[in-house]
Design a protein around this ligand. Structure first.
Ligand SMILES: [Zn+2]
Length: 103
């Protein structure tokens, strides 16, 4: 099935209406197809913004983003595995120790 023919499946998946082997096949495809991944994310965004009701809270948006990332196996690295975060965290602890021992 061509990527352009998967939009209906992506909508069904987003709505939780795609099950069994069809769901597994689509998930497998989306993991390796950036076109469909972008289409799915765009679809989710369109569905979220299509309603006239109140916008989701920032926390809801982050939770949604995290769930999408988790769905595709793209979880961000923990903070201790990110060099900048590790350096800043370590530097903060060292500074705190220096300040408290200097007083
Ligand atoms: Zn595709």
């Amino acid at each position: 099935m061509a990527c352009t023919e998967r939009t209906g499946d992506l909508v069904a998946w987003q709505l939780g209406e795609l099950h069994g082997s069809e769901r597994e096949a689509l998930e497998e495809h989306v993991r390796g197809c950036t076109t469909c991944l972008h289409e799915f994310i765009s679809l989710k965004r369109d569905l979220e913004l299509a309603e006239d009701g109140p916008a989701p809270s920032p926390k809801s948006r982050l939770d949604l983003r995290d769930s999408v990332m988790k769905e595709f196996g793209f979880l961000p690295a923990p903070w201790w595995e990110r060099p900048v975060a590790f350096f800043v965290g370590t530097a903060s602890v060292v500074c705190a120790i220096l300040v408290t021992t200097a007083v």
